[in-house]
Design a protein around this ligand. Structure first.
Ligand SMILES: [Zn+2]
Length: 76
């Protein structure tokens, strides 16, 4: 018996049953962790799935923006 599990990229909506080279991101209020794909992490509560580095970076950029807004002034 084969169980094929589908995962969807949170950025582009791509669906795969073979998420090789995908990444898992877990995000909290004070931290964000990027994991290499493994099924245990991918199935954890709150795990988000990204089809590759580029889309993982999209999410990380959004996270930085949300954490760092409003931007701090740069001292001169
Ligand atoms: Zn994607």
């Amino acid at each position: 018996m084969t169980t094929l599990q589908e995962f969807r990229c949170e950025v582009c909506g791509l669906v795969t049953t073979n998420p090789t080279h995908w990444f898992v991101i877990r995000c909290g209020n004070s931290d964000l962790t990027v994991h290499r794909w493994n099924s245990e992490t991918a199935n954890a509560t709150g795990a988000q799935h990204y089809c590759g580095e580029a889309h993982a970076e999209v999410y990380i950029s959004r996270w930085f923006e949300s954490v760092c807004a409003p931007p701090k002034p740069i001292f001169k």
